[in-house]
Design a protein. Sequence first.
Lengths: 603, 86
Amino acid sequence: MIKGNFIDNLPKVYGIYTGGFLAFIILMSIGEQMGMTSKAIGICFVAFTVCIYAIIGYLSRTAQADAYYVAGRQVPTVFNGMATAADWMSGASFVAMAGGIYFKGYGYMALLVGWTGGYVLVATLLAPYLRKFGCYTVPDFIGTRYGGNLSRFLAVVVLTVASFTYVTAQINATGTIASVALDIPFQYAVYVGLISILLCSMLGGMRGVTWTQVAQYIVLIIAYLLPVFWISNKMGAGFFPHFMLADEVARIGELEQQFGFVKNSAADLATVPKGLAGITKAHSAVNATPWAFISLALAMMMGTASLPHVMMRYFTTPSVKAARKSVGWSLFFIFLLYSSAPMLATLSKLSLIDPSLSTGIIGKSIAEVQAIDWYQNWNQANLMFVSDFNGNGTLELNEFFMGGKAVVLATPEIAGLPYVISGLVAAGGMAAAMSTADGLILAIANAISHDVYYKIIDPKAETAKRLVVARVLLVVIGFAGATIAAMEIQGILGSVIWAFDFAMSGLFFPLVLGVWWKRANKEGAVAGMALGLLSGLGYLIWVRNGGSGFLGITQLTFGIFGSAVSLVSMVVVSLITSEPSAATQKMVDEVRVPSGRTIIGKN
Amino acid sequence: MSKQAQHWEKTRGLLMMTLAIWFVFSIGIFLFGAEMESVTGPFGYPLTYWFTCQGSLGIFVILIFWFANRQEKIDEEFGFSERGDD
């Protein structure tokens, strides 16, 4: 069936894979009809998909540095786009984003704009030039462009701080899903998640991660879109929700007017389980100041362009030209999910709050709501809660609370879809969290093995030894992440946003100016990275400990302060120290031209 | 001016143009979020809402492909494009 080169056969391979996955979904729904329990369906979905990823990871094993670090630089644009989209869309995007929109409406949607607009910066400022550079890792670019072990080391530090913050959240998400789907305690489920993650990346490095990420993208996008379309059709809201929900959005606005946003007293709120929230903000109406919206979007955009696990995906394309196009494809595949999240939030909210729909619960009596099957299930899972604060026996808008995850996880059940969809959603969430965790752990392990071990400690190390070090680091970092995740310190989304702020504080300007400002030198870059990261971190600690902050910069946007410090210190220090050597300036000239050899190594 | 300097000048020009469009749809329009709210946008959504959930996102996708094509043309013009296909 498959002849010749693997790369040439990619469309066929993944076509068969997609067909197989759809067949599996149909098989499961037949199973459900024949009386398979919901638990068995959940286990089948998660176990089956994870096994497939593990097989892909095994088939992609390699002993070559080029394949391990950059997938042999032969990933075609469209497939690299899918892999980047999976790499990018984390458990947070998949599970928490629609929930965030559900609760916070317009103000939260700044994240949608920020997490997509950042790709314009990636495509124009960085990706093609870093691809031309021919580096294996992001610190490899910093170290070679600016020279010196200190700059290289600092880049590794920033990368590790940002990526590690991010990865604990992802391992946490795999653990949550594994514990629900496989019905095991969270502390163990975290390690089940970790082992699944390592199976994809251990043997094949970037090559293994690339081909599993493509497979994971296919699973997660089917798992996200199928329920959205299904629910929309079932509710009679329109067969193509993205173009047809204007009436529903308007109806939510009307209901908000009718119910009003009643503020609960602190004493009442104290009785609500931790992590659950009520609807307190308008759905589609502007509910944030322009600066609150723009600063959050800006921080996420600059953070996107500085996150190494995304940037390194563009090192795997065959050419500079392909790297640029590939950014476009990445964003297209991301767009498919991001434009659906607000639609899911709309459908979910309307089906719950509209008293004229059979699923609506606002306005019903508390006892009636508490007797609903799905309410009992999700209440038990600690994701839903109602309480009669005003004692009138009827459920009001301000008396209904939900966890952010519930919007994605529970809406199919509320809308009356078969359980097979819930199993599918679990598999999708698992795919999203695993693919991002893989990219992040690999980014950290590669930076430490390549930049610290090979470039700084032992430049004469043989390839075999380097790859052993890389793999050992992968496991060590994975376990460290899982151990912290098992402690359950932060929610999924908080730490994800911090990662963007850390990355932009330390890396945005050193990366961008490395290409676009020839005069930038080593001293400037060192100052920019060190002061940027420290000031960002300092600001975060200050605000977290009750500091008032300034200019409306919050703990979610502290990267704006960090990167401003980074820019100023980098420019000032560069200008008061001597300009880069002629060789470095020539190198920058070469980076700016797509044709010719890469700067580092053979092409 | 050398061929390379000319190439870089055009590249920089394209960058500025792309970033200007990016700025308008990622930051500029949201300065007027409240003003745009009462305007009905595509498919009947309020205009601000439509931009945040579809408009700006879609424009970014198109913008990147447009940029990639323009940059390729510039590279070809100066003979700096890579050989072979992608």
